[in-house]
Design a protein around this ligand. Structure first.
Ligand SMILES: Cc1ncc(COP(=O)(O)O)c(C=O)c1O
Length: 418
């Protein structure tokens, strides 16, 4: 019988997650490396010294990771009422939790008022928030998620082409400006901040700076239009990470220089930025043992205990590569970053790195879909049953975005290692 799933596991041992699986583990599991997360927090913090960082917990809501983020002074970007609840349980104060997503229900809004700063995602939601706050006898500071118009500025970065397009996220800037009168008349909520988020995996520091400069202009416009002071601006982020070998990476020094003067233009306001994958993706490794080795018509298969039920993204990359037009050159987040995003290594049963004679193999999981493949036609040192496959960049959008319920297999456990 599989052991029951243990959602909260911390291994108190200095053990880089990339080197070996957790001693005693027999099945697929994720290992997150605390030091790697701390390094990412420090790197982003150094690039953005005038910003409060929020952790976008949708990337990975594993409780010990949340507690680590809290201990390092981060707040939370929550994308559901459930995430607000989990963040509170992990010890975050309501003032440090920002709840922003489309499609919040009335129950979500009633729950979140007083437990987080709610960021309204539509004009209708703004009205509902005002009514519900009134019914609850509250007067709440809230935010607006704004979908900026197409004018980032004269040097608009071509990589932000989605700017100004129709979107299910946020309220179009022009709608906000047209409804300032109604916003001023709200009785039970007051608009205290704005949130802008264009997209994930932006590897251009210039583009992120342009969005931030746009947020500064937007905040000024809104303060004038509402005839009141804002207290915070969340410039979003989209900080690229873990795109894979040969892909562009975010230049943090360029980011630091480009962002340096921007918060100072509105010194009264608290500037925030949010990051998920940048903080967590590279810190995680998915480990799965090889349970069978078989040959089929000239192809050698290493069959692993865990497949797309723990690591969906390599299978999606393969699926896209098989499409007639091939895999796209751009990320389709959070399901696809690049074909090279997750690398595969072989580690011997005892935890030693594998070396020696290599062979070309397909590494496939046990599920009843031909797409349950971790890697196709790759060269690895010759394996034995019981050896381990390590998949890199498994710290974000893997444990939560993989179909762990498929075929009622045991859900991979998660570990934060010290
Ligand atoms: C509004 C918002 N904020 C933050 C994130 C986190 O993105 P990332 O993990 O790329 O930092 C997302 C991702 O979908 C998002 O939609």
């Amino acid at each position: 019988m599989p052991a029951p799933y243990r959602p909260r596991t911390v291994v108190e041992e200095v053990m880089p997650s990339t080197r070996r699986p957790v001693p005693g583990e027999k099945g697929p599991h994720y290992v997150y490396e605390r030091l790697a997360v701390e390094r990412s927090i420090a790197a982003l913090g150094q690039a953005l010294p005038d910003f409060v960082l929020l952790y976008s917990m949708k990337a990975n809501p594993f409780r010990p990771l949340l507690e680590l983020m809290r201990s390092r002074g981060l707040g939370i970007d929550a994308a559901s009422a459930g995430e607000v609840q989990v963040a509170l349980e992990a010890g975050f104060a309501p003032k440090d939790i920002f709840f922003s997503c489309p499609g919040k229900t009335e129950e979500d809004l009633a729950f979140a008022l007083g437990r987080a700063t709610v960021v309204a995602d539509s004009l209708g939601e703004l009205e509902r928030l005002d009514r519900i706050a009134g019914q609850l006898g509250r007067h709440a500071g809230i935010g607006l998620r704004i979908n900026p118009d197409a004018s980032l500025g004269p040097q608009q970065d071509a990589r932000l082409a989605e700017q100004g397009k129709p979107s299910k996220f946020g309220i179009d800037e022009e709608l906000v400006l047209a409804r300032l009168g109604a916003m001023k008349a709200l009785q039970h909520v007051r608009i205290e901040g704005i949130h802008v988020y264009l997209r994930s995996q932006i590897a251009s520091a210039e583009a992120i700076c342009q969005v931030t400069a746009r947020c500064v202009r937007l905040a000024r416009t809104l303060e004038q239009g509402l005839d009141s002071r804002l207290s915070w601006v969340n410039v979003g982020g989209g900080f690229a990470s873990a795109l894979g070998a040969g892909q562009p990476s975010l230049d943090l020094e360029l980011l630091r220089r480009g962002m340096a003067g921007l918060p100072g233009q509105l010194p009264r306001l608290r500037f925030m930025a949010e990051a998920g994958r940048f903080l967590a993706a590279g810190a995680g490794t998915f480990w799965t043992p090889i349970v069978d080795i078989k040959d089929s018509r000239g192809v050698r298969f290493y069959v692993t205990a865990g497949g797309l039920d723990g690591m969906l993204r390599p299978a999606l990359a393969l699926l896209l590569a098989r499409m007639p037009q091939g895999a796209p050159a751009w990320p389709l987040e959070p399901l696809y970053s690049s074909a090279e995003c997750h690398s595969i290594r072989l580690v011997r049963a005892g935890g030693t790195p594998a070396a020696g004679e290599t062979e070309t193999v397909t590494v496939a999981g046990p599920l009843c879909t031909a797409l349950d493949v971790l890697a196709e036609a790759i060269r690895l040192p010759k394996a034995k049953i019981g050896d381990w496959i390590a998949v890199s960049n498994a710290g974000a959008y893997c444990a939560t975005l993989s179909p762990a319920g498929f075929a009622s297999r045991q859900r991979p456990r998660e570990y934060l290692v010290y």
